[in-house]
Design a protein around this ligand. Structure first.
Ligand code: C2E
Ligand code: MG
Ligand code: MG
Length: 510
């Protein structure tokens, strides 16, 4: 650059026939003619032009290299290294272009969200090499099937998305069908026969009113619905799904706050010796004392607490309070607590329950743990270990809601149950359904043969009570004997019963 400036300066001086230059040359006694000077000046000027041109070419080349570098960097930043499809950023950029073209043409766009199902199992079973190769093949198969103008991306792990201009909903739906077909077809990779599962959600809308991230979020919500429903077809987003999701996440947040603020409390439902009518124990049922909604039923919050892994803390809060209250009551009464399937995957469950007993001073041999069949048979070995620890401490085990779900008589022998609870759905139809009576009779007879007492749930009236007594059921509970109540009411009830007839509280735990 400096050289160019110097040459330019010299050339200008010469070209202008600068008197200074001429005087300098003449002063040395040389006779110089103006053509000579002009030739020198011309040469210098040509050199200058050549130099300038060269410099321009260099700069041009550098600029092109920079543009190409930027383009490459942008491409790398927008591409998924594993499959060479667009990544999340690329999907946003290309999607924005598709949306603006669609807006211009007054067309709707559709977004499809595809999530592979149990893909991790393929990695775990066959290794990451096979998993990666399968991902690449699926990406290739999906890519080959894309209609013109659609953009396909791999957003993360097993998550793919497509955006396309949808002339009518059938275009998007049939693309979704084809994608499911492509992804779930069995394939052979490195000698392994592999079949992948997948779920698809679709959302569409006017791109003028919906951002691409809104559409993708809705397609994801629909995909989650497809997953929960195990739907083997694409599921279309509707506004109800979003409302459900919002309600669900509000409850989840509420549970987290509720746990911090100690809002979960035990209610107590009396369990009665049917022959004498005496209370022999209580079932502990969780309630949420919500500052705005009042008392919330466990059906609303237990499934969400289970899903978000909050059930252990919640159970801890409820059971601790229940044990602390019941330790003051008649020492012959048992207390039954409900333990979720999710808690049965916690290998520390038995220790946690024993710690609560130690903290509250409640005797282990008056505690009954109620479990449903699904808790136990997900991982029967872990369940056996937990049950053995509980039973070693003297804690009893009850099989809850017997007769629902995958009830099987063989389950009764799989674990050492101390008690079976017949689900209230059979009791509710006892009066009008002969089958229910037959089932209750059969289970009661079988349980007697196995020497396992039966408790019947959901006794709401005197006729049902009488019918169950006739069948030979020993223990029951239900609104006829008392609805679930707070600890103070349960204490009052016991107090009144004891005052009215001292022998009313039977000296048998369950
Ligand atoms: P569950 O263990 O089978 O509890 C019995 C349910 O039947 C209770 O409902 C009780 O209020 C209701 N019930 C009792 N007698 C009658 C009756 O005569 N008629 C009618 N219609 N219903 C009756 P709740 O309290 O709403 O509890 C529902 C379920 O929530 C429980 O079923 C249990 O599975 C779960 N649950 C409750 N508390 C807890 C808890 O602390 N931990 C866990 N993991 N689950 C809990
Ligand atoms: Mg129960
Ligand atoms: Mg039950």
């Amino acid at each position: 650059m400096i050289v160019a400036i110097l040459i330019s300066a010299v050339a200008l001086l010469i070209w202008n026939g600068s008197s200074f230059f001429q005087r300098l040359i003449l002063a040395e006694g040389e006779v110089s003619s103006s053509p000579k000077i002009a030739a020198v000046a011309m040469t210098l000027n040509v050199a200058l032009i050549l130099f300038g041109w060269r410099r321009y070419a260099d700069l041009q080349h550098e600029a092109e290299k920079r543009v190409e570098g930027e383009r490459r960097a942008h491409q790398i930043a927008s591409t998924d290294g594993m499959t060479a499809l667009l990544n999340r950023k690329g999907f946003g950029d290309v999607g924005a272009d598709i949306c603006s073209a669609a807006t211009h043409n007054q067309q709707h766009v559709a977004v499809l969200s595809l999530q592979l199902h149990r893909f991790k199992a393929i990695n775990d079973r066959y290794g990451y090499d096979v998993g990666d190769a399968v991902l690449r093949r699926l990406a290739g198969a999906l890519s080959d099937d894309m209609p013109e103008g659609a953009a396909l991306a791999r957003l993360s792990g097993g998550e793919f998305a497509v955006i396309l201009v949808a002339f009518n909903p059938d275009v998007a739906r049939s693309l979704g069908d084809r994608m499911l077909y492509q992804v779930t077809r069995p394939l052979e990779e490195q000698g392994k026969f592999i079949q992948v599962g997948a779920f698809i959600g679709i959302a569409s809308g006017d791109p003028a009113d919906n951002s691409i991230s809104d559409l993708l979020r809705r397609a994801d919500i629909a995909m989650e619905h497809a997953r929960s429903a195990r739907a083997a077809r694409p599921m279309w987003f509707d506004a109800g799904m979003e409302r459900e999701l919002i309600a669900h996440s509000e409850i989840e947040q509420g549970i987290r706050f509720g746990l911090e603020l100690d809002q979960f409390i035990p209610y107590f439902e009396p369990q009665v010796d049917l022959a004498s009518g005496a209370i022999i124990g209580f079932e502990v049922l969780a309630r949420w004392e919500h500052p705005l909604s009042g008392l919330v039923s466990p059906d609303t919050f237990i499934p969400i607490a289970e899903e978000h892994n909050l059930i252990g803390r919640l159970s801890d809060q409820v059971v601790r309070k229940a044990l602390a209250a019941a330790v003051e009551w008649d020492s012959a009464l048992s207390l039954s607590i409900n333990i979720s399937p999710r808690q049965f995957t916690d290998s520390w469950l038995a220790q946690k329950i024993v710690r609560l007993l130690a903290e509250t001073g409640f005797p282990a041999d008056r505690l009954v743990v109620e479990v449903t069949e699904s808790s136990l048979f997900a991982d029967i070995d872990l369940a056996r270990t937990i049950v053995t620890s509980l039973k070693n401490q003297g804690i009893a085990l009850a099989l809850d809601d017997f007769g629902t779900g995958f009830s099987s008589l063989s389950h009764l022998r799989a674990l050492p149950f101390d008690k079976i609870k017949i689900d209230r759905s059979f009791v509710a139809t006892l009066g009008r359904d002969r089958e229910s009576a037959a089932i209750i009779r059969a289970v009661t007879t079988l349980a007697q043969a196995l020497d396992v007492p039966v408790t019947v749930e959901g006794i709401e009236d005197a006729d049902t009570y009488a019918a169950l007594l006739k069948i030979g059921c020993a223990v029951g509970q239900g609104w006829y004997f008392g609805k679930p109540m707070p600890a103070e009411d349960a204490a009052q009830l016991l107090h009144h019963r004891q005052a009215a007839a001292a022998p009313q509280v039977a000296k048998k735990a369950y």
